[in-house]
Design a protein. Structure first.
Length: 142
């Protein structure tokens, strides 16, 4: 039986794919940084509505200093990623930009190895290498 995280990860992949297509269509005629700003406002409003609906708001004081540090760093990295992704989408083909963006799969595995002490086995390293090779095949234009 699959674990619940698999379904959430698959949903994330579907929504990420839709993000690329919708963003490419929405970027026509406007600056990519401004488009990222609009997207961020939509995400903020949608998430606030979800937290309200699900009764998941928590006091900010419940978040510790270390959590704040890493959540702020994560937010900054996300923002930089979005800005770069939208600029790349505006300049290139979605079918090439999205696979290169997914090189993050390989980088996450490497960073998790170095910083989190995660130890993929041989089969998992092979899969990671295949993802990297697949990204290159998809991204390189003849």
């Amino acid at each position: 039986m699959q674990q619940a995280w698999v379904y959430w990860a698959l949903a994330s992949a579907v929504f990420a794919a839709l993000t690329a297509v919708f963003a490419k269509l929405g970027l026509q005629g406007i600056d990519s940084d401004f488009a990222t700003f609009i997207r961020t406002i939509v995400i903020l409003l949608a998430l606030a509505a979800f937290l309200t609906y699900a009764h998941k708001w928590q006091p900010l004081t419940a978040v510790g200093g270390r959590q704040w540090l890493f959540l702020v760093l994560s937010g900054l990295a996300t923002g930089a990623s979005w800005l770069a992704y939208f600029k790349a989408l505006q300049m290139g083909n979605a079918s090439q930009v999205a696979p290169i963006d997914k090189m993050s799969v390989v980088l996450v595995a490497l960073f998790a190895f170095v910083f989190l002490g995660e130890r993929p086995d041989g089969r998992e390293w092979l899969g990671i290498a295949l993802v990297g090779a697949g990204v290159l095949v998809l991204a390189i234009k003849r």
